[in-house]
Design a protein around this ligand. Sequence first.
Ligand code: 5AD
Ligand code: SF4
Length: 419
Amino acid sequence: MVERSDRIAIMNKQDAAKKVFLRSFGCQMNARDSEVVKGLVLAEGYGLTDDPAAADIVLFNTCSVRQHAEDRVWSAIGNIAKMGVKRGTAPKYRGKAAPAPKKIIGVIGCMAQNYKEGIFKKAPAVDIVCGPSEIDNIALYLDEVIRSKKNVLAVSEKKRKEDVYHTGFYEAKDHAYVVISEGCDNYCTYCVVPYVRGRLRHRAASEIIKETEHAVRAGIVNITLLGQNVNAYKCQVSSIKCQVDFQDLLKKVSQVKGLKSLSFLTSHPKDTTNELFEVMRDTPVIKKCLHMPVQSGSDKMLKAMNRGYTVKKYHQLVDQYRGLVYNGQLSTDVIVGFPGETEEDFGATKKLLKSVCFDSAYIFKYSPRLNTEAALLADDVPKEVKERRHAELLGLQKEISRKKVSSCKCQVSGEKDEI
Ligand code: 5AD
Ligand code: SF4
């Protein structure tokens, strides 16, 4: 490891102008992590570019949530690897321009944690593998690779340093995501997140408020609080010996002077309560939008997915929400083709979609993920059946959404099949 003073010296000599291109895959959490990384490398004197060809360093902030997301990353790495030639390995070039030097390639985020050194084996052009919990040290790892020309592997499950959230770098001028918790403790049987992002860790309410205040002061007046399951938020305030829950946090953040709108993502039905709906109803600055993934309309599937609620409970929550929050918008996620899903189970999901009448829904085909409990089950719904069910639900939801005139701009969508 290089000390900070050494790093600055190295940078001043040779690296001050090195340009970083960062491509982000996946969800909003990743989009925010990408901003964190950009803020950190800028603070260390690197430049940013939107053109991968012009970059010295290419970073991929990756997603492991479905196979499709990973496939896109592997192919993007392949394309960048073709762009440059390792020093000393360039073929003779008579009179032609010298080939571009090989770019430093970093794989950060969920795939880094999922595959660890396996990434170097599968993609030898990669120089850095850096898991989500290690991105606070990204500038250090870049320096190390530049200096030593050796690969760097950094994966852990530690809590990030709080400073990473305070670089002040946000892509948008009028909207910011503010992370309230890292990781997830729910262990839905299909989901890789607890394995790649680790156990649930909460940021202190005071830090969340501080970040929001800074953003608002900088003119970014629309804020979305972000966590895999925001409703599980808990923060111990030692000075007053009491716990701040998600409702308390919403009330506190909503008081930030100058804030125009406050939203939040994602709500898990098992932790969502009437109190949340009351706070939404009573706090004008909170957007009347709820993203509450249901995943399936079959109790058998919900149990197999370890979701912790029944269809009846979900319906009750929706009724309470609509009863309390006037004109509240509702969106959801659904998985089709989970192991053991029969036509009857699928029919129950269609029925649920029709009866709940979501403003929008994101429909996914089940994709087995490394380490998850469901990966031990036979992936027994044939591909064609998954595709047919996926298309059917997309069509159904399209009809429902068309009939409803939705004004919900909850900014839920990452790289999803929204309708
Ligand atoms: N296969 C398909 N979809 C998945 N999701 C999470 N894991 C998987 C998987 N293994 C979906 C869920 C979740 C959304 C972010 O992605 O619907 O709510
Ligand atoms: Fe993808 Fe999930 Fe990681 Fe987000 S948290 S990047 S959706 S695997």
